[in-house]
Design a protein around this ligand. Structure first.
Ligand code: HEC
Ligand code: HEC
Length: 506
């Protein structure tokens, strides 16, 4: 018998077990749990779907990321290295709209994975429809920035400091940290995720900051066409891409790009720069923070990795395309008093540098910048939204976020009576890997008759007798009701002829 249910924490510890205990708990105890939980907390807000096995958020870096010039750009603090559980928590926080006061905006609203974690709009839209005053910054390889500070004007000294600011910003997310902490403390799955990441279920802003920073630092692009070229002397590049690379690096022609977008991270070195966008600057950048004239127009520039995905460009999103950016550097740089030396005309000529690039050279620079696109990162599940768009299980007929006894009876009935007849098409039938789509662990050591295809088994049918009995069923409910974060049943997503054989709900 299940011990009396005292705290939700007890439940978590039970349900987090990666493998089912041999002694199964009875349905009756599950129903007791249901009663208690139902009274405490109506779980209607979305719960993330996460892999049973933690994803790897700090895979080995390729050799060119281990060179001193790159290592010294790494802004990871000694006391907050990336861990798989920490970055997983960070991922959930990054996509959770609970981080905004009215629960309409998440970090990802303005930092979209398919846009290099930037925003395709020149200015982003905050929780109440207000516009940010600058263009959202791409976050690819934000981990590597020699000066360590964050934001266009570098006003946040570290990433740990930065990540809490959008939450509290009145235009962006508008939520106080105490309110955030108490809101997250009401969610069972967060206690679980904080425990995994930090060893206890305590939720506080320091842990939120550390987890978010870990996730942002894990957004590392190391497998772009450029990266693949490093080891083979760029023989994988087209002639145009190679021309662009040499122009960018100043190996040919007049461009000086690499002086400010340097190393294999294409980010600036010890200096923050003014690239002569206008004079005077409407937005004074660092100058607005320091109040000093010599800081007017100084702006951080995020790494150019994934730059083809992060349009529009510059702190105010003034250029819609990379072509427009290149044309600006070719002919439009303004001779601002603070203009950084690499963009000044060569003495004795006055004013700003003019590149006089041919059309082919301009196109080559753009082609080169496109080799920094990492399509795998843009689609990588580790960095994707973990919150399902359909948050109910099809068996949850009354859509209250829980599977009740009457609903359950239908599941058994359907499964047991229609077993083998097609209409039950749960994804778990076909899953041969450890982590099934129901969150159940299939014991592959189990003597599954190899002449019978795996698809004959529902993962919940742990004794493989072709029926789901009450004991087995108890686990299904328990998993669904308390750990829906790890139940990856296809039924969550199916809209038609669902994978549980249930008709879709309204
Ligand atoms: C409403 C849109 C919006 C939301 C929501 C938002 N951001 Fe941003 N983010 C921006 C804008 C705009 C900037 C640039 C602001 C500036 O420099 O003044 C930015 C800058 C950043 C930077 C600095 C990057 C660099 O290289 O310096 C990081 C990191 C970042 N955001 C992370 C986050 C995280 C984490 C969250 C969620 C907690 C978040 N953002 C929520 C719009 C948003
Ligand atoms: C003197 C330093 C300097 C040089 C040289 C330079 N840039 Fe920049 N670049 C910057 C700064 C600073 C910004 C951000 C300015 C802002 O938004 O106010 C920037 C922004 C950009 C952006 C937009 C990034 C984004 O996320 O919005 C691109 C693309 C870019 N530069 C490409 C180039 C190319 C190509 C060259 C060579 C033709 C070049 N840069 C030369 C300093 C430089």
């Amino acid at each position: 018998m299940h011990p009396p249910v005292s705290t939700p924490k007890t439940l978590l510890r039970k349900t987090i077990l990666p493998r089912w205990p041999l002694a199964c708990r009875g349905l009756a105890s599950v129903l007791i749990i249901l009663g208690v939980r139902g009274g405490l907390h109506a779980q209607t807000s979305p719960v993330p779907l996460l892999p049973v096995k933690l994803a790897d958020y700090s895979p080995a870096l390729p050799a060119h990321f281990l060179l001193p010039a790159v290592v010294q750009q790494d802004n990871t603090p000694a006391d907050n290295p990336i861990t798989n559980a920490g970055a997983t928590l960070g991922r959930v926080l990054f996509y959770d709209k609970r981080l905004s006061a009215n629960q309409t905006v998440s970090c990802s609203s303005c930092h979209r994975q398919q846009s290099g974690f930037s925003d395709p709009r020149p200015f982003s839209i905050g929780l109440a429809g207000g516009l940010t005053d600058r263009n959202s910054m791409g976050l690819t390889n934000a981990r590597w920035y020699q000066r360590r500070s964050f934001f266009w004007d570098e006003r946040a000294a570290t990433l740990e400091v930065q990540v809490l600011q959008p939450i509290q910003n009145s235009i962006e997310m508008g939520l106080s940290l105490p309110t955030l902490v108490s809101r997250l403390s009401g969610e069972t799955f967060y206690a679980d995720l904080f425990t995994a990441a930090f060893g206890s279920s305590t939720i506080n802003s320091e842990r939120i900051s550390r987890a978010l920073a870990q996730f942002v630092r894990s957004l590392a692009s190391t497998r772009s066409k450029y990266d693949l070229g490093v080891g083979v002397n760029f023989s994988n590049f087209s002639p145009e891409e190679n021309l662009g690379r040499r122009l960018f690096n100043g190996e040919t022609g007049t461009a000086t790009c690499a002086q400010c977008h340097g190393t294999d991270n294409f980010s600036s070195g010890p200096r923050i720069n003014n690239n002569g966008l206008e004079n005077p600057y409407r937005d004074k950048g660092v100058g607005a923070v320091s109040g000093r004239a010599q800081d007017e127009g100084l702006f951080k520039v995020p790494s150019l990795r994934n730059v083809a995905l992060t349009a529009p460009y510059m702190h105010d999103g003034r250029f819609a395309t990379l072509e427009a950016v290149v044309e600006f550097y070719n002919s439009g740089v303004v001779a601002h008093p603070n203009l950084s030396p690499p963009l000044r005309a060569r003495p004795p000529a006055p004013g700003a540098l003019r590149l006089n690039l041919t059309a082919a050279e301009k196109a080559a620079l753009v082609a080169f910048m496109k080799t920094l696109t990492d399509t795998a990162l843009a689609a990588d599940e580790r960095f994707a939204d973990p919150f399902p768009t359909i948050t109910f299980h099809d068996a949850d007929l009354d859509r209250d976020g829980r599977i009740g006894l009457n609903e359950l009876t239908r599941v058994v009935e359907l499964f047991n009576t229609r077993y083998g007849h097609g209409p039950i098409r749960t994804g778990s039938y076909a899953v041969a890997t450890e982590a099934t789509e129901d969150g159940f662990v299939v014991d592959l050591g189990h003597s599954i008759d190899s002449t019978v295809t795996l698809s004959r088994y529902h993962a919940a049918d742990s004794n493989r007798n072709g029926k789901i009995d009450l004991t087995e069923l108890a686990r299904v409910i328990e998993f669904y009701n308390y750990r829906s974060g790890v139940i990856r049943t296809g039924a969550y997503h199916a809209n038609t002829g669902t994978e549980d054989g249930f008709e879709p709900g309204p």
